[in-house]
Design a protein around this ligand. Structure first.
Ligand SMILES: [Mg+2]
Length: 421
């Protein structure tokens, strides 16, 4: 039976900030989202005094003053840097890794070669603490879905020393029974509401539903979740290798939509982020993909994909946004409920490589230089003043998205997301 690990950094943003402020160890600390909007990370001490996750800052200002809570504004470049270091340690110690999110990695374990997977995981956690400095919780289980639950258990139970292993059996049955169905990986809020109405309020009841029921009501994804809860691995580790050959940005919407306007906004945002990332690597893309996914609650689920190939590789955001919106117009179908959109940039070439000037097919070199310098200036300003200080007119400010923006209670489920956190 395979064994999958999930390494999850505890209170990640707070832990990153504490690296440079050791005096804040044991003190209540919170980190706020951009523009100091909401609480997005809390130290254990901040949790203990009752500061809720995702709460608007103004609502907790009283308690912050009363308990002398230390407050940080978000510092994403720092978190991304620390995240890379944590991922690198895991990659150096495991046969396969998948960087699942900024603070979580799945990894495989060579179970035949390990006398004690738990001891191995403990050493890995200790290594991350020593080399990078952030505390982690590690879950071990035969499936990704159970590894998530195991890591959550490890985080909440100090006696585990940060590592917990789950195997099918009585202990797992009891844990699943205590786990609200909405806490199961891959079960979103709407899904959870539906299951609760069907008297399937905990993970054990979900696991024990017949396959045909799961497939009929929850599609193949729900069936996979059911199997994974039984200990049968159906969601493989998708290895993420460091040299990027493409950039993907995608996100599930906070609420499903039938309208094209919010999706245009989302696609514009994703292209801008992807293009910025790509320029930071000194790359241009020849191919742009756009896809949108319909809701599993309105089957059949479809995921139309459109593609644009550029004569000359592009990194100029307005060019990419215009192309992406054209592609979106082609694949969007009126009346469908969409829950997610994504873009991909691929077939990179280096920015410095002068493109062959073909009259009529591409830009003249002077205009190309002007656009390159323009984007360099925009990127530099955004680095200094904060992300999105300059952005396409069609792109909303963070937190001002029209309906597609993220809910705060869910992590984005896609592994390939590089920039939206
Ligand atoms: Mg975490």
């Amino acid at each position: 039976m395979p064994l999958i690990g999930l390494c999850d950094c505890n209170n990640f943003f707070v832990s990153c900030e504490r690296l440079f402020r050791p005096d804040l160890k044991d003190r209540p600390v919170i980190v706020l989202s951009s523009n100091d909007g909401c609480v997005i990370s809390r130290s254990n001490e901040a949790k203990a005094i009752g500061i809720p996750m995702g709460e608007p800052f103004f609502k907790v200002e009283g308690i912050v003053k009363a308990y002398k809570v230390h407050v940080f504004s978000t510092n994403f470049p720092l978190y991304e840097d620390i995240s890379k270091r944590v991922h690198a340690v895991i990659r150096a110690h495991a046969p396969e890794t998948e960087d699942y999110s900024v603070d979580e990695s799945f990894f495989s374990l060579d179970i035949a070669a390990l006398r004690s997977p738990e001891a191995y995981a403990r050493t890995l956690g200790e290594t991350i603490r020593r080399w990078v400095g952030v505390p982690v919780s590690i879950g071990l289980a035969p499936t990704k879905t159970l590894a998530k639950l195991a890591a959550e258990y490890a985080k909440k139970h100090a006696e585990t020393n940060g590592v917990h292993r789950l195997e099918p059996g009585a202990e797992l049955d009891a844990l699943l029974e205590r786990t609200p169905v909405g806490d199961v990986w891959g079960v979103g809020r709407r899904y959870a509401d539906f299951l609760n109405r069907c008297n399937t309020g905990n993970a054990r009841k979900l696991r024990d539903k017949p396959d045909d029921w799961l497939r009929r009501h929850l599609t193949i994804r729900g069936l996979q979740t059911g199997w994974e809860l039984r200990g049968v691995s159906c969601i493989p580790i998708r290895t993420t290798d460091p040299p990027q050959k493409s950039i993907q940005v995608s996100r599930s919407f906070g609420a499903p939509t039938t309208m094209i306007e919010p999706i245009r906004e989302a696609v514009t945002t994703f292209v801008s982020r992807g293009a910025e990332k790509m320029r930071a690597q000194g790359m241009r893309a020849r191919v742009l993909h756009v896809y949108i996914t319909t809701s599993r609650f309105h089957p059949p689920v479809t995921c139309p994909v459109g593609r644009m190939t550029f004569e000359a590789p592009a990194s100029y955001t307005p060019t990419l946004v215009t192309a992406a919106l054209d592609v979106l117009d082609e694949i969007f179908v009126r009346g469908e409920w969409y829950v997610k959109a994504g873009i991909g940039l691929s077939e990179f070439s280096e920015e410095g490589q002068r493109q062959l000037f073909l009259p009529g097919a591409s830009l003249d070199p002077q205009e190309d230089d002007r656009r390159t310098r323009y984007m360099e200036a925009v990127d530099r300003i955004n680095r200094v003043l904060g992300q999105d200080a300059i952005r396409p007119a069609a792109m909303p400010a963070r937190g001002k998205e029209s309906g597609w923006g993220p809910r705060r209670d869910h992590e984005s489920p896609e592994t390939t997301e590089h920039s939206l956190r």
